[in-house]
Design a binder for this molecule. Structure first.
Ligand code: ADP
Ligand code: ADP
Length: 224
């Protein structure tokens, strides 16, 4: 099973702001919900785990390998849906995924099949040939997940994916992530508790950059 370990991870922005501090946890397959109010440090943490920014302190270890010094192994098994993910309105979902598969350097011969598979995984096969301009916010979020799945990642990172979705779309999105979790580790950041109580394997609660709590949702609710 995939294993992510963080040891005393911290991040200080250039202006001196310490956004993440003393973060230590180990997590295997399933859904790890990262919960905290705006400004808690969730996006900063996600960007470090996506190897887009290096921790200013501590170590991140993926399947036994130090991925701060050697990020490539993690990058090959990483899918990332950033908070600010944008699609391209003039393209269809299928065209957009083809484009990203080429940008990501996926083998050309396998692309059409892989794109189709990812469209099916997120339940978009019926809308694959509609322009993204004509798709709902929920559908575009599914395209975001589909692009993160193109390389069949073992670690899937999704940052505040339910912002702007209506309650129905939110529920479908939660079900989708639960289906995807299986053998993968899914990291889901949110400030909405109901995104996580039913679906998360574990919760990491953050406040002002610190990890306050890391346990099952049941354990958290029994304390509340
Ligand atoms: P989030 O929506 O994750 O809470 P923020 O609203 O805090 O993110 O920030 C949005 C973007 O603005 C961040 O990606 C960050 O790069 C930038 N930003 C936020 N706060 C500051 C700051 N104090 N100084 C400079 N840039 C900032
Ligand atoms: P969250 O995703 O939980 O809302 P962020 O990781 O976006 O939190 O931000 C954590 C803290 O770091 C916030 O106080 C934010 O204003 C600050 N911050 C974010 N980006 C920057 C930046 N580029 N420079 C300085 N401070 C930042």
């Amino acid at each position: 099973a995939p294993t992510l370990h963080m040891e005393n991870v911290g991040f200080r922005y250039r202006n001196g702001h310490q956004a993440v501090q003393g973060f230590t946890l180990t997590q295997r397959a399933g859904i790890l919900g990262v919960l905290g109010p705006n400004g808690a440090g969730k996006s900063t943490l996600m960007r470090m785990l996506a190897t887009l920014t290096r921790p200013t302190e501590g170590a991140i270890v993926w399947n036994g390998a130090d991925c701060v010094r050697e990020p490539d192994a993690l990058r090959r098994s990483l899918g990332y849906l950033p908070q600010e993910f944008g699609t391209y309105p003039a393209l269809t979902a299928r065209e957009f995924l083809h484009y990203l598969a080429a940008v990501k350097g996926l083998p050309h011969a396998a692309t059409a099949q892989r794109v189709q598979h990812c469209l099916e995984l997120v339940g978009l096969e019926g809308a694959a040939d509609k322009r993204l301009a004509d798709c709902s916010g929920g559908m575009r979020q599914r395209v975001g997940i589909a692009q993160a799945l193109l390389n069949d990642p073992q670690l899937l990172i999704v940052d505040e994916p339910t912002v702007g979705l209506d309650p129905d779309e939110r529920q479908r999105f939660r079900n989708l992530l639960t289906d995807l979790a299986g053998q993968r580790l899914v990291l889901l950041s949110t400030h909405i508790v109901s995104d996580l109580e039913a679906s998360a394997t574990a919760l990491a609660v953050m406040e002002q950059g610190r990890l306050l709590f890391h346990d099952t949702p049941q354990a958290l609710l029994s304390q509340a």
